[in-house]
Write a protein that binds this ligand. Structure first.
Ligand code: ADP
Ligand code: ASP
Ligand code: MG
Length: 514
Protein backbone atom coordinates (compact mmCIF):
# COMPACT_ATOMS: atom_id res chain seq x y z
CA UNK A 1 0.00 0.00 0.00
CA UNK A 2 1.45 3.36 -1.06
CA UNK A 3 -0.05 5.35 1.75
CA UNK A 4 -1.57 4.68 5.12
CA UNK A 5 -3.84 7.66 4.78
CA UNK A 6 -7.51 6.97 4.60
CA UNK A 7 -10.10 9.10 2.98
CA UNK A 8 -13.80 9.31 3.42
CA UNK A 9 -15.89 8.61 0.41
CA UNK A 10 -19.58 8.71 -0.03
CA UNK A 11 -20.81 5.59 -1.75
CA UNK A 12 -24.27 4.21 -1.97
CA UNK A 13 -25.45 6.48 0.80
CA UNK A 14 -22.77 5.29 3.21
CA UNK A 15 -19.23 6.29 3.91
CA UNK A 16 -16.33 3.94 3.51
CA UNK A 17 -12.71 4.67 4.25
CA UNK A 18 -10.41 3.73 1.40
CA UNK A 19 -6.67 3.89 1.06
CA UNK A 20 -5.27 6.56 -1.25
CA UNK A 21 -4.13 3.92 -3.68
CA UNK A 22 -7.69 2.98 -4.58
CA UNK A 23 -8.93 6.51 -4.95
CA UNK A 24 -8.97 6.77 -8.74
CA UNK A 25 -10.75 3.49 -9.17
CA UNK A 26 -13.35 4.31 -6.62
CA UNK A 27 -14.17 7.67 -8.07
CA UNK A 28 -14.74 6.26 -11.53
CA UNK A 29 -18.13 6.59 -13.21
CA UNK A 30 -19.15 2.98 -12.58
CA UNK A 31 -18.70 3.47 -8.86
CA UNK A 32 -21.37 6.08 -8.56
CA UNK A 33 -24.46 4.60 -6.90
CA UNK A 34 -24.95 7.65 -4.77
CA UNK A 35 -28.67 7.53 -4.03
CA UNK A 36 -28.86 4.02 -2.61
CA UNK A 37 -28.84 3.21 1.05
CA UNK A 38 -27.18 0.20 2.62
CA UNK A 39 -28.96 -2.14 5.01
CA UNK A 40 -27.28 -5.05 6.77
CA UNK A 41 -29.92 -7.71 7.45
CA UNK A 42 -29.22 -10.51 9.88
CA UNK A 43 -31.43 -13.59 10.05
CA UNK A 44 -31.30 -15.64 13.24
CA UNK A 45 -31.67 -19.42 13.53
CA UNK A 46 -35.46 -19.55 13.67
CA UNK A 47 -35.68 -17.13 10.75
CA UNK A 48 -33.82 -19.70 8.64
CA UNK A 49 -35.12 -22.76 10.51
CA UNK A 50 -36.64 -24.58 7.53
CA UNK A 51 -37.23 -24.20 3.81
CA UNK A 52 -40.30 -22.04 4.23
CA UNK A 53 -38.51 -19.69 6.64
CA UNK A 54 -35.48 -19.41 4.36
CA UNK A 55 -37.70 -18.58 1.39
CA UNK A 56 -39.53 -15.98 3.48
CA UNK A 57 -36.20 -14.43 4.55
CA UNK A 58 -34.89 -14.37 0.99
CA UNK A 59 -38.15 -12.76 -0.14
CA UNK A 60 -37.72 -10.02 2.47
CA UNK A 61 -34.19 -9.37 1.19
CA UNK A 62 -35.24 -9.35 -2.42
CA UNK A 63 -38.11 -6.91 -1.77
CA UNK A 64 -35.78 -4.52 0.05
CA UNK A 65 -33.19 -4.72 -2.71
CA UNK A 66 -35.86 -4.16 -5.35
CA UNK A 67 -37.00 -1.06 -3.47
CA UNK A 68 -33.63 0.41 -4.39
CA UNK A 69 -31.43 -0.48 -1.42
CA UNK A 70 -28.11 -2.26 -1.22
CA UNK A 71 -28.37 -5.21 1.13
CA UNK A 72 -25.76 -7.33 2.88
CA UNK A 73 -27.16 -10.48 4.47
CA UNK A 74 -25.68 -12.11 7.58
CA UNK A 75 -27.05 -15.52 8.49
CA UNK A 76 -27.03 -17.78 11.51
CA UNK A 77 -27.00 -21.53 11.26
CA UNK A 78 -30.43 -23.19 11.02
CA UNK A 79 -32.06 -23.23 14.46
CA UNK A 80 -30.37 -25.64 16.89
CA UNK A 81 -27.68 -26.61 14.39
CA UNK A 82 -24.85 -25.00 16.39
CA UNK A 83 -26.02 -26.88 19.50
CA UNK A 84 -25.99 -30.07 17.49
CA UNK A 85 -22.47 -29.42 16.15
CA UNK A 86 -21.34 -28.72 19.70
CA UNK A 87 -22.85 -32.01 20.90
CA UNK A 88 -21.17 -33.91 18.10
CA UNK A 89 -17.79 -32.33 18.87
CA UNK A 90 -18.15 -33.01 22.59
CA UNK A 91 -19.18 -36.60 21.93
CA UNK A 92 -16.11 -37.09 19.73
CA UNK A 93 -13.84 -35.48 22.29
CA UNK A 94 -15.22 -37.78 25.00
CA UNK A 95 -14.92 -40.84 22.79
CA UNK A 96 -18.68 -41.42 22.42
CA UNK A 97 -18.79 -42.59 18.81
CA UNK A 98 -22.48 -43.55 18.91
CA UNK A 99 -23.68 -40.06 19.93
CA UNK A 100 -21.27 -38.54 17.44
CA UNK A 101 -22.61 -40.66 14.57
CA UNK A 102 -26.23 -39.96 15.54
CA UNK A 103 -25.54 -36.23 15.57
CA UNK A 104 -23.81 -36.32 12.18
CA UNK A 105 -26.76 -38.20 10.72
CA UNK A 106 -29.19 -35.67 12.17
CA UNK A 107 -27.19 -32.80 10.70
CA UNK A 108 -27.16 -34.42 7.27
CA UNK A 109 -30.86 -35.26 7.23
CA UNK A 110 -31.91 -31.82 8.55
CA UNK A 111 -30.02 -29.96 5.81
CA UNK A 112 -30.94 -32.39 3.06
CA UNK A 113 -34.60 -32.09 4.01
CA UNK A 114 -34.39 -28.30 3.76
CA UNK A 115 -32.72 -28.56 0.37
CA UNK A 116 -35.28 -30.95 -0.98
CA UNK A 117 -38.14 -28.73 0.32
CA UNK A 118 -36.60 -25.68 -1.33
CA UNK A 119 -36.82 -27.23 -4.83
CA UNK A 120 -33.76 -25.33 -5.99
CA UNK A 121 -33.89 -26.60 -9.55
CA UNK A 122 -30.62 -26.53 -11.47
CA UNK A 123 -28.50 -25.32 -8.54
CA UNK A 124 -29.65 -28.14 -6.26
CA UNK A 125 -26.92 -30.62 -7.15
CA UNK A 126 -24.15 -28.10 -6.66
CA UNK A 127 -25.52 -26.91 -3.29
CA UNK A 128 -26.10 -30.49 -2.17
CA UNK A 129 -22.54 -31.41 -2.97
CA UNK A 130 -21.22 -28.28 -1.14
CA UNK A 131 -23.30 -29.12 1.93
CA UNK A 132 -22.12 -32.72 1.88
CA UNK A 133 -18.52 -31.58 1.54
CA UNK A 134 -18.91 -29.34 4.59
CA UNK A 135 -20.44 -32.15 6.62
CA UNK A 136 -17.66 -34.47 5.47
CA UNK A 137 -15.15 -31.95 6.85
CA UNK A 138 -17.02 -32.04 10.15
CA UNK A 139 -16.89 -35.85 10.13
CA UNK A 140 -13.13 -35.83 9.53
CA UNK A 141 -12.70 -33.25 12.24
CA UNK A 142 -14.65 -35.47 14.67
CA UNK A 143 -12.56 -38.49 13.73
CA UNK A 144 -9.47 -36.51 14.69
CA UNK A 145 -11.07 -35.58 18.02
CA UNK A 146 -11.94 -39.23 18.68
CA UNK A 147 -8.24 -39.97 18.51
CA UNK A 148 -6.96 -36.87 20.27
CA UNK A 149 -9.65 -36.81 23.00
CA UNK A 150 -9.00 -33.13 23.57
CA UNK A 151 -10.24 -29.91 22.01
CA UNK A 152 -9.17 -26.41 22.94
CA UNK A 153 -11.41 -23.42 22.26
CA UNK A 154 -9.31 -22.73 19.19
CA UNK A 155 -9.93 -26.22 17.86
CA UNK A 156 -13.68 -25.96 18.53
CA UNK A 157 -13.80 -22.63 16.70
CA UNK A 158 -12.73 -24.32 13.48
CA UNK A 159 -15.82 -26.55 13.45
CA UNK A 160 -18.52 -24.50 15.20
CA UNK A 161 -19.17 -22.11 12.27
CA UNK A 162 -19.83 -24.94 9.82
CA UNK A 163 -23.57 -24.50 10.43
CA UNK A 164 -23.30 -20.92 9.17
CA UNK A 165 -21.21 -22.07 6.24
CA UNK A 166 -24.07 -24.33 5.17
CA UNK A 167 -26.91 -21.88 5.87
CA UNK A 168 -25.17 -19.06 3.99
CA UNK A 169 -24.64 -21.33 0.99
CA UNK A 170 -28.31 -22.37 1.05
CA UNK A 171 -29.45 -18.75 1.46
CA UNK A 172 -27.33 -17.73 -1.53
CA UNK A 173 -28.97 -20.45 -3.64
CA UNK A 174 -32.44 -19.41 -2.49
CA UNK A 175 -31.79 -15.78 -3.45
CA UNK A 176 -30.57 -16.93 -6.85
CA UNK A 177 -33.70 -19.00 -7.26
CA UNK A 178 -35.66 -15.77 -6.70
CA UNK A 179 -33.38 -14.13 -9.30
CA UNK A 180 -31.87 -11.87 -6.66
CA UNK A 181 -28.14 -12.51 -7.22
CA UNK A 182 -26.96 -13.82 -3.87
CA UNK A 183 -23.24 -14.34 -3.29
CA UNK A 184 -21.81 -16.50 -0.48
CA UNK A 185 -19.06 -14.81 1.53
CA UNK A 186 -16.86 -16.67 4.02
CA UNK A 187 -16.71 -14.54 7.18
CA UNK A 188 -13.01 -15.39 7.56
CA UNK A 189 -12.36 -13.14 4.55
CA UNK A 190 -14.08 -10.06 5.96
CA UNK A 191 -14.26 -10.15 9.73
CA UNK A 192 -10.84 -9.79 11.37
CA UNK A 193 -10.69 -10.51 15.09
CA UNK A 194 -8.32 -10.89 18.01
CA UNK A 195 -7.36 -14.40 19.09
CA UNK A 196 -9.74 -14.79 22.03
CA UNK A 197 -11.15 -18.03 20.66
CA UNK A 198 -14.77 -18.63 21.57
CA UNK A 199 -15.38 -14.97 22.41
CA UNK A 200 -13.42 -12.95 19.89
CA UNK A 201 -13.67 -9.19 19.32
CA UNK A 202 -13.18 -7.40 16.03
CA UNK A 203 -10.21 -5.44 14.79
CA UNK A 204 -12.37 -2.74 13.23
CA UNK A 205 -9.70 -1.11 11.13
CA UNK A 206 -8.74 -4.35 9.38
CA UNK A 207 -12.36 -5.45 9.11
CA UNK A 208 -13.23 -2.14 7.50
CA UNK A 209 -10.49 -2.62 4.94
CA UNK A 210 -11.45 -6.23 4.19
CA UNK A 211 -15.13 -5.32 3.85
CA UNK A 212 -14.14 -2.63 1.38
CA UNK A 213 -12.08 -5.13 -0.59
CA UNK A 214 -14.54 -8.03 -0.56
CA UNK A 215 -18.09 -6.72 -0.11
CA UNK A 216 -17.93 -3.45 -1.96
CA UNK A 217 -17.08 -4.96 -5.38
CA UNK A 218 -20.01 -7.35 -4.96
CA UNK A 219 -22.39 -4.48 -4.24
CA UNK A 220 -21.03 -2.60 -7.21
CA UNK A 221 -21.92 -5.58 -9.40
CA UNK A 222 -25.47 -5.54 -8.04
CA UNK A 223 -24.95 -8.72 -5.99
CA UNK A 224 -26.26 -9.41 -2.49
CA UNK A 225 -23.41 -10.69 -0.30
CA UNK A 226 -24.53 -13.46 2.08
CA UNK A 227 -22.00 -13.53 4.90
CA UNK A 228 -21.69 -16.36 7.44
CA UNK A 229 -22.56 -14.96 10.88
CA UNK A 230 -20.92 -15.92 14.20
CA UNK A 231 -17.30 -16.25 13.07
CA UNK A 232 -14.28 -14.45 11.70
CA UNK A 233 -10.56 -15.05 11.59
CA UNK A 234 -7.43 -13.62 13.15
CA UNK A 235 -4.82 -11.75 11.11
CA UNK A 236 -3.03 -15.09 10.82
CA UNK A 237 -6.17 -16.68 9.36
CA UNK A 238 -7.14 -18.81 12.39
CA UNK A 239 -10.93 -19.17 12.58
CA UNK A 240 -12.57 -17.55 15.61
CA UNK A 241 -16.13 -17.34 16.94
CA UNK A 242 -17.72 -14.30 18.53
CA UNK A 243 -19.49 -16.17 21.35
CA UNK A 244 -22.84 -17.96 21.23
CA UNK A 245 -25.51 -15.89 19.54
CA UNK A 246 -22.70 -14.00 17.85
CA UNK A 247 -24.35 -13.49 14.44
CA UNK A 248 -25.99 -10.30 15.77
CA UNK A 249 -22.49 -9.08 16.55
CA UNK A 250 -21.28 -10.06 13.06
CA UNK A 251 -24.08 -7.94 11.57
CA UNK A 252 -23.31 -4.83 13.62
CA UNK A 253 -19.57 -5.19 13.05
CA UNK A 254 -20.13 -5.40 9.29
CA UNK A 255 -22.71 -2.59 9.49
CA UNK A 256 -20.19 -0.36 11.26
CA UNK A 257 -17.32 -1.40 8.97
CA UNK A 258 -19.41 -0.54 5.90
CA UNK A 259 -20.95 2.59 7.43
CA UNK A 260 -24.35 1.10 6.70
CA UNK A 261 -27.44 3.25 7.04
CA UNK A 262 -29.22 0.68 9.20
CA UNK A 263 -28.82 -2.81 10.62
CA UNK A 264 -31.95 -4.97 10.78
CA UNK A 265 -31.90 -7.99 13.05
CA UNK A 266 -34.65 -10.41 12.06
CA UNK A 267 -35.74 -12.78 14.80
CA UNK A 268 -38.77 -14.69 16.11
CA UNK A 269 -40.31 -12.01 18.37
CA UNK A 270 -41.86 -8.62 17.56
CA UNK A 271 -38.83 -6.65 18.76
CA UNK A 272 -37.33 -5.89 22.15
CA UNK A 273 -40.02 -6.61 24.72
CA UNK A 274 -40.47 -5.51 28.31
CA UNK A 275 -39.41 -9.05 29.31
CA UNK A 276 -38.70 -12.40 27.70
CA UNK A 277 -42.14 -13.37 26.35
CA UNK A 278 -41.37 -16.99 27.23
CA UNK A 279 -41.48 -15.93 30.87
CA UNK A 280 -43.99 -13.04 30.82
CA UNK A 281 -46.73 -13.76 28.32
CA UNK A 282 -48.04 -10.19 28.69
CA UNK A 283 -44.69 -8.58 27.78
CA UNK A 284 -45.08 -5.75 25.31
CA UNK A 285 -42.92 -4.56 22.43
CA UNK A 286 -40.93 -1.40 22.99
CA UNK A 287 -41.10 0.77 19.86
CA UNK A 288 -37.77 2.44 20.63
CA UNK A 289 -34.95 2.04 23.10
CA UNK A 290 -31.58 3.73 23.38
CA UNK A 291 -28.22 2.14 22.59
CA UNK A 292 -27.34 2.44 26.29
CA UNK A 293 -30.52 0.60 27.31
CA UNK A 294 -29.96 -2.08 24.68
CA UNK A 295 -26.42 -2.64 25.91
CA UNK A 296 -27.64 -3.12 29.48
CA UNK A 297 -30.47 -5.40 28.38
CA UNK A 298 -28.23 -7.66 26.33
CA UNK A 299 -25.46 -7.66 28.93
CA UNK A 300 -27.99 -8.86 31.50
CA UNK A 301 -29.26 -11.77 29.48
CA UNK A 302 -31.95 -10.57 27.04
CA UNK A 303 -31.12 -13.12 24.38
CA UNK A 304 -32.75 -11.08 21.65
CA UNK A 305 -29.46 -9.18 21.14
CA UNK A 306 -25.94 -10.52 21.62
CA UNK A 307 -24.31 -8.87 24.61
CA UNK A 308 -21.62 -7.13 22.57
CA UNK A 309 -23.61 -6.41 19.42
CA UNK A 310 -24.67 -2.86 20.10
CA UNK A 311 -21.28 -1.25 20.59
CA UNK A 312 -20.00 -1.15 16.99
CA UNK A 313 -23.13 0.57 15.67
CA UNK A 314 -23.51 2.82 18.71
CA UNK A 315 -20.12 4.36 18.12
CA UNK A 316 -21.25 5.46 14.66
CA UNK A 317 -24.87 6.18 15.55
CA UNK A 318 -26.17 3.59 13.07
CA UNK A 319 -29.75 2.67 14.01
CA UNK A 320 -30.44 -1.01 14.69
CA UNK A 321 -33.89 -2.50 14.24
CA UNK A 322 -35.11 -5.72 15.81
CA UNK A 323 -37.84 -7.21 13.64
CA UNK A 324 -39.98 -10.31 13.48
CA UNK A 325 -39.33 -12.33 10.32
CA UNK A 326 -42.62 -14.17 10.92
CA UNK A 327 -44.48 -10.83 10.80
CA UNK A 328 -42.39 -8.56 8.58
CA UNK A 329 -45.23 -6.06 8.34
CA UNK A 330 -44.69 -5.06 12.00
CA UNK A 331 -42.33 -2.20 12.71
CA UNK A 332 -40.31 -3.81 15.47
CA UNK A 333 -38.02 -1.97 17.85
CA UNK A 334 -35.66 0.78 16.78
CA UNK A 335 -32.47 1.20 18.79
CA UNK A 336 -31.39 4.81 18.68
CA UNK A 337 -28.87 7.22 20.19
CA UNK A 338 -31.25 9.09 22.48
CA UNK A 339 -34.92 9.42 23.31
CA UNK A 340 -37.02 12.12 24.95
CA UNK A 341 -37.99 11.40 28.58
CA UNK A 342 -40.86 8.93 28.86
CA UNK A 343 -43.52 8.35 31.49
CA UNK A 344 -42.12 4.88 32.09
CA UNK A 345 -39.23 4.84 34.51
CA UNK A 346 -38.78 1.06 34.18
CA UNK A 347 -38.54 -0.19 30.60
CA UNK A 348 -37.69 -3.85 30.94
CA UNK A 349 -36.70 -6.64 33.26
CA UNK A 350 -34.25 -9.34 32.34
CA UNK A 351 -32.02 -11.96 33.96
CA UNK A 352 -28.79 -13.89 33.74
CA UNK A 353 -29.96 -17.18 35.16
CA UNK A 354 -26.62 -18.96 35.39
CA UNK A 355 -24.48 -16.91 37.71
CA UNK A 356 -22.60 -17.26 40.95
CA UNK A 357 -21.48 -15.05 43.80
CA UNK A 358 -17.81 -15.20 44.74
CA UNK A 359 -16.99 -13.61 48.08
CA UNK A 360 -13.57 -12.57 49.30
CA UNK A 361 -12.93 -11.36 52.82
CA UNK A 362 -9.76 -10.09 54.42
CA UNK A 363 -8.94 -11.46 57.84
CA UNK A 364 -6.50 -8.90 59.10
CA UNK A 365 -6.22 -5.19 58.95
CA UNK A 366 -4.86 -5.04 55.44
CA UNK A 367 -5.09 -2.39 52.78
CA UNK A 368 -8.38 -3.53 51.37
CA UNK A 369 -8.43 -1.28 48.30
CA UNK A 370 -4.97 -2.39 47.19
CA UNK A 371 -5.81 -6.10 47.44
CA UNK A 372 -9.04 -5.79 45.51
CA UNK A 373 -7.54 -3.30 43.07
CA UNK A 374 -5.07 -6.00 42.02
CA UNK A 375 -7.94 -8.41 41.54
CA UNK A 376 -9.95 -6.09 39.28
CA UNK A 377 -6.87 -5.32 37.22
CA UNK A 378 -6.16 -8.99 36.68
CA UNK A 379 -9.80 -9.82 35.77
CA UNK A 380 -9.77 -6.89 33.36
CA UNK A 381 -6.68 -8.27 31.63
CA UNK A 382 -8.42 -11.62 31.31
CA UNK A 383 -11.54 -10.00 29.80
CA UNK A 384 -13.81 -11.39 32.51
CA UNK A 385 -17.19 -9.66 32.79
CA UNK A 386 -18.29 -8.91 36.31
CA UNK A 387 -22.09 -8.79 36.31
CA UNK A 388 -21.97 -6.63 39.40
CA UNK A 389 -19.94 -6.28 42.55
CA UNK A 390 -20.60 -5.19 46.09
CA UNK A 391 -18.11 -3.95 48.58
CA UNK A 392 -18.41 -3.42 52.27
CA UNK A 393 -15.46 -1.75 53.92
CA UNK A 394 -16.49 -2.42 57.48
CA UNK A 395 -16.51 -6.17 56.85
CA UNK A 396 -13.61 -5.87 54.44
CA UNK A 397 -15.44 -8.08 52.00
CA UNK A 398 -15.98 -8.05 48.28
CA UNK A 399 -18.77 -9.87 46.44
CA UNK A 400 -18.37 -10.54 42.72
CA UNK A 401 -21.36 -11.76 40.77
CA UNK A 402 -20.11 -13.61 37.71
CA UNK A 403 -21.43 -15.66 34.84
CA UNK A 404 -21.31 -19.32 35.87
CA UNK A 405 -19.04 -20.18 32.93
CA UNK A 406 -16.40 -17.74 34.25
CA UNK A 407 -16.57 -18.77 37.91
CA UNK A 408 -14.09 -21.62 37.99
CA UNK A 409 -11.58 -19.59 36.03
CA UNK A 410 -11.95 -16.59 38.37
CA UNK A 411 -11.56 -18.74 41.48
CA UNK A 412 -8.36 -20.22 40.03
CA UNK A 413 -7.11 -16.74 39.17
CA UNK A 414 -7.81 -15.52 42.71
CA UNK A 415 -5.99 -18.50 44.18
CA UNK A 416 -3.01 -17.82 41.96
CA UNK A 417 -2.99 -14.07 42.39
CA UNK A 418 -3.35 -14.17 46.18
CA UNK A 419 -1.36 -17.35 46.81
CA UNK A 420 0.71 -15.70 49.53
CA UNK A 421 -2.17 -13.81 51.16
CA UNK A 422 -4.29 -16.98 51.29
CA UNK A 423 -1.41 -19.05 52.62
CA UNK A 424 -0.71 -16.59 55.45
CA UNK A 425 -4.34 -15.99 56.30
CA UNK A 426 -4.46 -12.38 55.15
CA UNK A 427 -7.39 -13.44 53.00
CA UNK A 428 -10.01 -16.00 54.01
CA UNK A 429 -10.64 -18.92 51.65
CA UNK A 430 -12.74 -17.90 48.66
CA UNK A 431 -16.47 -18.58 49.11
CA UNK A 432 -18.57 -19.52 46.09
CA UNK A 433 -22.35 -19.34 46.11
CA UNK A 434 -23.57 -21.17 43.01
CA UNK A 435 -26.98 -21.29 41.28
CA UNK A 436 -27.62 -17.61 41.53
CA UNK A 437 -29.60 -15.48 39.05
CA UNK A 438 -29.03 -11.81 38.45
CA UNK A 439 -32.22 -9.87 37.83
CA UNK A 440 -31.73 -6.53 36.08
CA UNK A 441 -34.39 -3.83 36.08
CA UNK A 442 -33.65 -1.29 33.38
CA UNK A 443 -34.71 2.11 32.18
CA UNK A 444 -32.94 5.40 31.62
CA UNK A 445 -35.84 7.31 33.17
CA UNK A 446 -35.40 5.64 36.56
CA UNK A 447 -32.79 8.31 37.23
CA UNK A 448 -34.17 10.69 39.81
CA UNK A 449 -37.54 8.91 40.06
CA UNK A 450 -38.54 8.32 43.67
CA UNK A 451 -39.72 5.08 45.11
CA UNK A 452 -38.54 2.58 42.51
CA UNK A 453 -36.36 0.59 44.92
CA UNK A 454 -39.13 0.45 47.51
CA UNK A 455 -41.69 -0.85 45.04
CA UNK A 456 -39.21 -3.27 43.52
CA UNK A 457 -38.17 -4.98 46.73
CA UNK A 458 -41.71 -5.00 48.10
CA UNK A 459 -42.78 -6.89 44.98
CA UNK A 460 -39.93 -9.37 45.48
CA UNK A 461 -40.70 -9.75 49.18
CA UNK A 462 -44.39 -10.45 48.46
CA UNK A 463 -43.15 -13.57 46.68
CA UNK A 464 -41.15 -14.56 49.70
CA UNK A 465 -37.85 -14.47 47.86
CA UNK A 466 -34.76 -13.29 49.65
CA UNK A 467 -32.27 -11.04 47.92
CA UNK A 468 -28.64 -12.21 48.09
CA UNK A 469 -26.89 -9.05 46.84
CA UNK A 470 -27.90 -5.72 45.30
CA UNK A 471 -26.30 -2.98 43.20
CA UNK A 472 -27.63 0.16 41.62
CA UNK A 473 -25.35 1.68 39.03
CA UNK A 474 -24.37 5.31 39.53
CA UNK A 475 -25.91 6.04 36.12
CA UNK A 476 -29.21 4.71 37.52
CA UNK A 477 -29.79 2.97 34.22
CA UNK A 478 -30.28 -0.31 36.03
CA UNK A 479 -30.83 -1.97 39.36
CA UNK A 480 -29.32 -5.44 39.66
CA UNK A 481 -29.92 -7.95 42.36
CA UNK A 482 -29.11 -11.60 42.89
CA UNK A 483 -31.60 -14.27 43.97
CA UNK A 484 -31.59 -18.06 44.01
CA UNK A 485 -31.70 -19.19 40.37
CA UNK A 486 -34.67 -21.48 40.99
CA UNK A 487 -36.84 -18.46 41.88
CA UNK A 488 -35.73 -16.25 38.99
CA UNK A 489 -38.84 -16.61 36.83
CA UNK A 490 -41.18 -15.83 39.72
CA UNK A 491 -39.18 -12.71 40.48
CA UNK A 492 -39.16 -11.58 36.84
CA UNK A 493 -42.94 -12.03 36.69
CA UNK A 494 -43.43 -10.12 39.93
CA UNK A 495 -41.28 -7.21 38.78
CA UNK A 496 -43.01 -7.15 35.40
CA UNK A 497 -46.40 -7.17 37.07
CA UNK A 498 -45.37 -4.30 39.34
CA UNK A 499 -43.95 -1.97 36.69
CA UNK A 500 -44.68 -3.16 33.18
CA UNK A 501 -47.80 -5.26 32.70
CA UNK A 502 -50.19 -3.50 30.35
CA UNK A 503 -53.22 -1.73 31.74
CA UNK A 504 -51.87 -1.23 35.24
CA UNK A 505 -51.97 2.27 36.58
CA UNK A 506 -48.51 1.54 37.94
CA UNK A 507 -47.04 2.59 34.63
CA UNK A 508 -47.89 6.18 35.46
CA UNK A 509 -44.98 8.52 36.21
CA UNK A 510 -43.67 8.77 39.72
CA UNK A 511 -42.60 12.06 41.24
CA UNK A 512 -39.07 13.11 40.33
CA UNK A 513 -36.51 14.43 42.78
CA UNK A 514 -35.31 17.86 41.81
P1 ADP B 1 -32.29 -15.61 16.93
O1 ADP B 1 -32.22 -17.07 16.69
O2 ADP B 1 -33.17 -14.89 15.96
O3 ADP B 1 -30.95 -14.96 17.10
P2 ADP B 1 -32.64 -15.69 19.78
O4 ADP B 1 -33.29 -16.95 20.27
O5 ADP B 1 -31.18 -15.56 19.95
O6 ADP B 1 -33.08 -15.43 18.28
O7 ADP B 1 -33.32 -14.42 20.49
C1 ADP B 1 -34.71 -14.25 20.43
C2 ADP B 1 -35.32 -14.71 21.75
O8 ADP B 1 -34.90 -13.82 22.78
C3 ADP B 1 -36.81 -14.60 21.80
O9 ADP B 1 -37.45 -15.76 21.27
C4 ADP B 1 -37.10 -14.42 23.29
O10 ADP B 1 -37.53 -15.60 23.92
C5 ADP B 1 -35.75 -14.03 23.88
N1 ADP B 1 -35.79 -12.80 24.68
C6 ADP B 1 -35.26 -12.67 25.91
N2 ADP B 1 -35.48 -11.45 26.41
C7 ADP B 1 -36.18 -10.77 25.47
C8 ADP B 1 -36.71 -9.44 25.40
N3 ADP B 1 -36.56 -8.55 26.39
N4 ADP B 1 -37.34 -9.09 24.26
C9 ADP B 1 -37.48 -9.95 23.24
N5 ADP B 1 -37.03 -11.21 23.27
C10 ADP B 1 -36.39 -11.63 24.37
N1 ASP C 1 -25.35 -20.15 15.39
C1 ASP C 1 -24.67 -19.47 16.45
C2 ASP C 1 -25.26 -19.86 17.78
O1 ASP C 1 -26.22 -20.63 17.83
C3 ASP C 1 -24.67 -17.98 16.29
C4 ASP C 1 -26.03 -17.33 16.23
O2 ASP C 1 -27.03 -18.01 16.04
O3 ASP C 1 -26.09 -16.11 16.39
O4 ASP C 1 -24.76 -19.44 18.79
MG1 MG D 1 -29.62 -14.78 18.74
Amino acid sequence: MQSQEWRLFRYAGFRIRFPDVAQNDLMSESFNHSNMSLTVMKFGGTSVGDAERIRQAATIVKAHAQAGNDVIVVVSALSQVTDLILNVLNAARLGDRRVMEEGLLQLASRHEQVLSDLSLGEELNQVLSDVRATLQRLREFCSALLLLRVATRQVMDVALPLGEQISARIFEACLNQLEAKGKFVDSARVLVTDDKFGDASPDMESTRRRCGEVLLPLLREGQIPVVMGYSGATHAGQVTTLGRGGSDYSATIIGAAMDADEVWIWTDVDGVLTADPRICSDAITLPEITFAEAIELSYYGAKVIHRKAIRPTMEQGIPVWIKNSFKPELQGTKIVKSLPPSNRPVKAVTAVTQASLVTLTTRWDVHFAEVFGRLFLSLGHENIDILFSTQSSSEDSLGLVLREQDTEHVVRSIQKLFRTELKHGVLNPVEVHKDVAVIAVLGSDMKGTCGILGRLFSAVARNDVSVIAVAQGASELNICFAVTAARANEVIKAVHQEFLSPGTEKMRPRPKIH
